[in-house]
Design a binder for this molecule. Structure first.
Ligand code: SF4
Length: 441
């Protein structure tokens, strides 16, 4: 009888992708994934520590695991991801029930490490960071699972050292996978029924500069755009400083490339951008946005924003609100600044009081809510091309998919639709989604 593995994932798409990969490795080791925590033989906690809140969530989940370990002392507990990388063997003291701590670069070693941990000989830590990495280059098997969308990692690590960010410390230096291997993986996924691919990397725009890539990112996008049977292509995340004219042109010429880009702005103030070590100004950012809109007028742009960075004045913050009004982002992931040692901003001595950060975050979220809702309302009465992913979360009688511009669309309609691109008549705007009905396949 196969054993059961429960996988808890915290954090970004990169972590979701890593969890998917580890689920595949575990299934090759006769572990079946389960949604039932109480019935699991193994619990893998894929953690994130990019923000304080994410770290707190991971620790709280580990705390919950104590009672399961008490009931079942053979329960195998693995901590993976950024928190594992940052804390290493210190985690064994914080969570005594742990068996294995494995950083993001150690995923390919999971089989041997797990076998060793299963022998119950010792607690194992695998957190070495290398500059060149053994990145998985195999064709991924979806094990017959019907999956319409998939993430494909094209690179790992980051060399940018933004002053608030710990990614370069926990994910290591930038390293690109071979373009041939990426194409092979994508063709394999498309053959298994995947219709939309999202390319993942901390800064996809610098793909090919370090490691085995063999071409630049725009060329990679062009090659992938020619894969037969691929309806849609997306990528994330793009650093504005590295967004080239060549890549911007791709939005006007490559059919599968969807009209959406996630372009983290972080702040609208030049002074704060400099302290963040972002290496672009607000004018640089606005120029890139103008070029994107020139090539692709209906492109939707989403962003990341930090409220209350050390030393941020009310005028700096107003600059951020101003640029939000100018660009009219389709959506924004907004957070208040938190210290993430050993990132450089931890040493800045002009941190803002918590209530100020909170108040700015609230204003920022309120403005974004208004912009997103108004954008959604402007789509009512129009038609959207939707790739159907499955049933809607809110109602099993409705379908759910995404427009090319990335809005979630829930709609009514008959037929076996997952994996199909359909036309939906948009009838209602909600804050985070659109509603409508099937207007044609
Ligand atoms: S580009 Fe900056 S924010 Fe993004 S992962 Fe690298 S250091 Fe972090």
């Amino acid at each position: 009888m196969s054993k059961k593995a429960y996988i808890a994932t915290f954090g970004c798409q990169m972590n979701e992708h890593d969890s998917e990969q580890m689920a595949g490795i575990l299934s090759n080791m006769a572990y079946e994934t389960t949604e039932d925590l109480a019935g699991a033989d193994l619990v893998l906690v894929n953690t994130c520590c990019i923000r304080q809140k994410a770290e707190e969530k991971a620790y709280s989940f580990l705390g919950r695991l104590r009672r399961f370990k008490k009931k079942n002392p053979d329960l195998m507990v693995i901590v993976a991801g950024c928190l594992a990388q940052q804390e290493g063997s210190r985690l064994f003291k914080k969570s005594p029930g742990l068996n294995l701590v494995i950083g993001p670069q150690g995923i390919h070693r999971l089989p041997e490490l797990l076998r060793e941990a299963e022998k119950n000989v010792r607690k194992i830590t695998c957190t070495e960071l290398t500059t060149s990495q053994e990145l998985p280059g195999h064709v991924r098997s979806l094990n017959g699972k019907r999956t319409v969308t998939a993430y494909v990692s094209i690179m790992t690590g980051c060399n940018n050292f933004c002053s608030y960010c710990i990614v370069p410390y926990v994910r290591g230096r930038e390293f690109s996978r071979r373009s041939g291997e990426i194409l092979k993986e994508i063709r394999g996924l498309v053959e298994q029924g995947v219709r939309e691919i999202t390319l993942l990397g901390q800064n996809v725009n610098s793909y090919g500069l370090h490691g085995d890539g063999g071409c630049g990112f725009a060329d990679l996008v062009r090659k992938i755009g020619e894969v037969d049977g691929l309806d849609r292509l997306r990528f994330t995340t793009s650093h504005p400083k590295d967004l080239s004219d060549d890549l911007i042109e791709c939005f006007g010429s490559i059919k599968p490339l969807c009209e959406h880009i996630h372009l983290p702005m972080q702040s609208g103030s030049d002074r704060i951008l400099k302290r963040m070590n972002r290496k672009y100004t607000r004018d640089d950012y606005l120029e890139k946005v103008a070029k994107l809109k020139g090539v692709c007028p209906h492109i939707s742009i989403t962003t990341d924003l930090i409220a209350g960075f050390p030393g941020e004045t009310e005028a700096d913050f107003e600059d951020t609100l101003d640029i939000m009004r100018q660009v009219r982002f389709a959506g924004a992931f907004a957070f208040k600044y938190s210290d993430r040692p050993p990132a450089k901003a931890v040493t800045f001595n002009d941190k803002l009081p918590e209530p100020v950060k909170q108040e700015r975050l609230s204003r920022l979220l309120a403005l974004q809510k208004e912009i997103t809702y108004n954008r959604n309302k402007s789509m009512v009465g129009k038609r959207a091309e939707v790739l159907v992913e499955g049933y809607s979360k809110s109602s099993p009688r409705e379908w759910m998919g995404r427009a090319r511009t990335n809005e979630v669309v829930n709609f009514s309609g008959d037929g076996d639709l997952p994996g199909k691109v359909v036309t939906v008549a948009v009838e209602k705007a909600c804050l985070h989604s659109l509603k409508g009905s099937l207007a044609g396949e």
